[in-house]
Ligand binder design. Structure first.
Ligand SMILES: Cc1cc2nc3c(=O)[nH]c(=O)nc-3n(C[C@H](O)[C@H](O)[C@H](O)COP(=O)(O)OP(=O)(O)OC[C@H]3O[C@@H](n4cnc5c(N)ncnc54)[C@H](O)[C@@H]3O)c2cc1C
Length: 416
């Protein structure tokens, strides 16, 4: 029996896999996608889409950004509300140039809606074959490609993309060793109705309760007056806790002095569910054996914010470039694929280093209280923090002690 043959086999039709397929399909690359679930499907997430996601949508073929703005149910979000351990609040807009007439810099959109939007766009291309509801169970290198098996079929690709999420089969195939717990975060979330005191412009809310540092509780406003509320903690911080995360989450909602009044009349309208986030602090080779790892499979979640959707899509764009170089050259060597590691390093390493430092700093409630107190009182500091969302060099300065000392010299950190 002949084995169906493709240029590229992709495991996983989340944001990483779909972005990769949408970039390559218009160029005639023959693609097979295995997706274990059937769309529309749920994905445990906070549902916050950053400006990074919007920028990548703008670069996808076929007016994806305009279609997203027009067709997808979502709420616009224009900034972040930080709640410091002393429960003081600072509101930081995402952009200094944002106006209500413009599309928002970010959105909150359930993953059921966002991922289905991306997935549905694959059907525009007859050169993409999708095996939905088929979990890939094995990948094997052969002389002239990679063979992938599900329970019911086997296909062969010249190249393979592991976009199969946090528990990636492809990553286990490339790297049987397991990363340490400090490189994972555990996130838990549920949807609620009737939570009170939300920001009027849907700022997403990060609540740094002292007992959770450097993790945080989040409240993200969602469509239909609902909220996505959750809790993220580094996995190595868990064992010391006497209660499990689900119990901790419910206890905070019921008893925490900041949260309880806001959830007093709220009703929970979904199950409480958890999932892991592989953090960008872990270093691994993301290329080799005719294969690239993308998104969560490649440990690309921001270590401070937990943002992973934009990074997953960015890795899909970079992987598309590298695979194309291979197809054009007719070469599938590790040397050529290693350019992916270089590009990922260039794209993310500074950002992740800064975020890892911020994660460390967030351990100090004193410093957190200090920055939020000052941001409450000073326009200059609020504007500076806003600029940091879009400027990596500025963000880097936040983790240098000199930044605070210099600011004091210039009076930036003194009270108005
Ligand atoms: C609680 C929580 C909150 C989060 N909040 C946010 C947030 O607000 N904003 C943000 O940007 N990020 C957030 N993240 C991170 C974000 O969810 C991920 O980084 C993002 O989904 C990664 O995209 P991906 O395409 O790499 O993987 P995924 O979205 O996980 O997609 C992988 C796909 O592969 C499929 N698959 C898996 N194994 C197989 C297999 N063997 N065969 C076939 N198919 C397979 C899965 O069904 C899935 O569809 C959060 C994560 C968690 C857990």
């Amino acid at each position: 029996m002949s084995i169906p043959d493709f240029d590229l086999v992709i495991l996983g039709a989340g944001p990483a896999g779909c972005t990769l397929a949408l970039k390559l399909a218009p160029l005639g690359i023959r693609i097979a996608i295995f997706e274990k679930d059937i769309f529309p499907r749920e994905k445990i997430c906070g549902d916050a889409l950053s400006g990074k996601v919007m920028n990548i949508l703008k670069r996808l073929p076929g007016d994806a950004y305009a279609d997203f703005l027009r067709d997808v149910k979502k709420v616009p979000s224009r900034g972040i509300r930080f709640v410091a351990p002393n429960l003081k609040v600072a509101d930081i807009p995402f952009s200094l140039h944002d106006t209500p007439e413009q599309p928002a810099p970010g959105y909150i959109c359930t993953r059921r809606n966002f991922d289905t939007f991306l997935f549905d766009r694959l059907s525009a291309y007859s050169n993409i074959e999708i095996f939905q509801g088929e979990k890939a169970i094995r990948a094997e290198q052969v002389d002239d490609g990679i063979q992938v098996y599900s329970e019911t079929r086997r296909v062969q690709g010249r190249l393979l993309a592991g976009a199969d999420g946090a528990h990636s089969l492809v990553r286990k195939f490339m790297h049987p060793e397991v990363a340490g717990k400090k490189h994972f975060c555990v996130g838990i979330r549920a949807y609620f109705d009737q939570v009170t005191n939300l920001h009027p412009e849907n700022f997403i809310e990060l609540i740094f309760l002292k007992t959770l540092l450097p993790g945080y509780f989040w409240i993200f406003p969602s469509a239909g007056g609902r909220v996505n509320a959750g809790l993220g903690l580094r996995q190595d911080k868990l064992p010391g806790r006497k209660e499990n995360m689900s119990a901790l989450f419910l206890r905070l909602i019921k008893n925490d002095p900041f949260l309880a009044p806001r959830f007093k009349n709220a009703s929970q309208i979904s199950k409480t569910e958890s999932h892991i986030l592989p953090l960008g602090t872990y270093h691994l080779r993301r290329s080799g054996n005719r294969t690239l790892l993308l998104g969560d499979a490649a440990f690309l979640v921001d270590p401070f914010s937990g943002e992973g959707i934009g990074n997953a899509m960015a890795s899909g764009e970079i992987a598309a470039d590298i695979f194309l170089q291979c197809f054009n050259a007719g070469l599938f060597t590790d040397t050529l694929l290693q350019n992916y590691d270089l590009r990922i390093h260039r794209r993310f390493s500074n950002e992740f280093k800064t975020s890892a430092m911020m994660q460390k700093l967030a351990n100090s409630s004193l410093l957190f209280n200090f920055v939020v107190n000052k941001a409450r009182k000073s326009n200059e500091i609020r504007n500076m923090l806003t600029a940091m969302f879009s400027n990596e060099d500025l963000r880097k300065s936040l983790v240098r002690p000199g930044f605070y000392l210099k600011g004091m010299g210039r009076g930036v950190w003194s009270d108005e």
